[in-house]
Design a protein around this ligand. Sequence first.
Ligand code: GLC
Length: 748
Amino acid sequence: MHARRCNRIGWYVAFVAFVAVPWTAARAEAPRFGRDPAIEKRIDDLIGRMTLEEKLGQLTQQWGAETQDVNPVVTRTKRDDMLGLIRAGKVGSLLGTHGAEYTNALQKAAFEESKYKIPLILGNDVIHGYRTIFPIPLGGAATWDPKLVEQAAHVAAVESAATGTHWTFAPMVDVCRDPRWGRVAEGAGEDPLLGSEMAAAAVRGFQGDDLTAPDSVVACAKHYVAYGAPEGGRDYNTVDISLQTLHDVYLPPFRAAVDAGVGTLMSAFNEINGVPASGCRYTLTTVLRDQWHFDGFVVSDWGSVIEMVAHGYASDPADAAAKAITAGVDMDMSSFSYRDHLPRAVADGRVPESVVDEALRRVLRVKFAIGLFDDPYTDPSLEKKVILTPEHRQVAREVARSSFVLLRNEGDLLPIGEDVKSIAVIGPLADSQKDPLGTWAGVGKAEDVVTVLDGIKQRAGAGVTVRHARGCDVRGDDTSGIAEAVEAAEQSDLVVLVIGESDDMSGEGHSRASIELPGVQRQLAQKLHATGKPVAVVLLNGRPMALPWLAENIPAILVAWHPGVECGNAIADVLFGDFNPCGKLPITFPRATGQIPIYTAHKNTGRPPRDDRYTSKYIDLPWTPQYPFGYGLSYTQFTYRNLSIKAQELKADGTLEVAVDVANAGKRDGAEIVQLYVRDLVGSSTRPVRQLVGFQKVQIPAGQDRRVKFSVPVRSLGFHNWDMQYVVEPGDFQFFIADLEGTFRVVE
Ligand code: GLC
């Protein structure tokens, strides 16, 4: 038994972010499926010999974990029973399997002991790391650095592939403009362009250039589509949006993933305008296959096929299965509705067997493409060489500190100066190892995490006294610990207050009706503030949070998301100034839950907010966000000058070329994320007041400046009009970079 892949362990140099590739830059040829005649012939031969039941067995995925600790909720199948199902051809894919010994045993039953010797494809939720856990994807997006995100995904691929995973159910690319939704943590925030760049970067990182390589896993763009727009921000809830919004906001990151060569997509739980996403032929076939020419396969989400009965879209499981497979869902995750109910639907003539054959063809193409038919086994010696290595931790530290967003730094309280001889590290998350892992933390272990407290202690050194007090819990109304925290603060030069959300307050099934600080954490902050000692807040959070009191009263606020295993080291790097924070918000921070939805690419309305009464605003709160998309401070100051445009008049097939000087006017080297926005002033449909059309991350040494240039195809400034045509209309545009702006015109 030899490894399916050679023994290539990549070197991971700590990455200095360069200018990110503009959105439309050509990519290396993406992997494609179904183009090899020899493989197509082998697939024809297999399908030609299989019965309908045998085909449906291959389109069935089920939970395969051997131990209950991977997911105690799901009932496990004993190994011998599982091996029997595999030998009998009842299952073609498993999820939740881990470890070369176990996965090789499963694979042997399929590849050597079953009738057609078709290997299993084994999938797992490797969302932001496998054992080396990176920041949650929302934090990864806050780096605005596709190269870093690609690198993190590559590390996750190396570790998960070495333990028998062939397929990750990532990247999650759902645009979200409602932070009440628990799964906002898993995506790239509110913007289609940023989301598209992150989606493509993750696909490249997971899949690499060679799908059969030892450090490659096939990726899965999910959840197709518009799962991030549930009414009320309540998970699994109804999605009702215009087709224009579907195409202009929610589909682009999936298109970017497909263009990057993603091998699979996962259909979502939600309905889209009355049709469940797992039964929607328009999105699954008309858009995905006919328009985008996607050539991989689609797996349903867990049970989303049979849930079409509960949706009231299917009359029974057979009807649900028939609707799903004819719409374009090729593999059924864990509802068994294909295996148990499609035979009748085919017998009744509701589903032509050719539809089953096409679904199986798509699945087999991916299995061939990733090398499973050549050698489906994993080298058991790999795991101990690649799991949680110092190099992987270094990448995790780099991504984490690049993801932090400095929201406030009044009086340059940060970085911590030499004059600080005592620090009180306070808060319910200061000493937590579990919470920094965040949601969907793979096989990450709390014991691997460097806490904020430990990170500060290690960095502060012997000359600084570090005190610790919990103060309160994340939730609950117990204030009995606040007095001890106040006492620790009074004895110290500086307070670092670590508050926010626990890891289980975001993620699937964890939506919140309020995005304010939970529990009595704000009271704790107020009491510490009242001591008169300077307070710096480090927020550990899975979503944007409403922080009105902190924003008004706390001099320094650093958003750290749930930053993964290197939490404490990365936070200390920033707090002590070893790393100059450069993250920007990938999603708007509202002042209050009541403002949701609130996002940058909003429309102007006929009565844009102004001071007078009859305009679009609130009587009890400013209409503007607390902190906007794209916002973030640095320890240095960047200034923008000399904004220029190459041509004032552009044709629809032309290119918008603008440039700007960015100077680092401070004393610290730093990275700035330069963002280009446009506004189409008049359209046959109203257009956003700010649309992100380009961004670049540039490293600028203190005292120096850089000329940053953008080239954006005018075609990418278009939109879907009322008639659902993608149009780029002539007319006047504005463009914006930081506090500078200009105009151009698109002409016939
Ligand atoms: C879950 C999630 C999906 C995940 C799948 C397998 O319900 O919706 O994101 O990949 O099931 O765990």
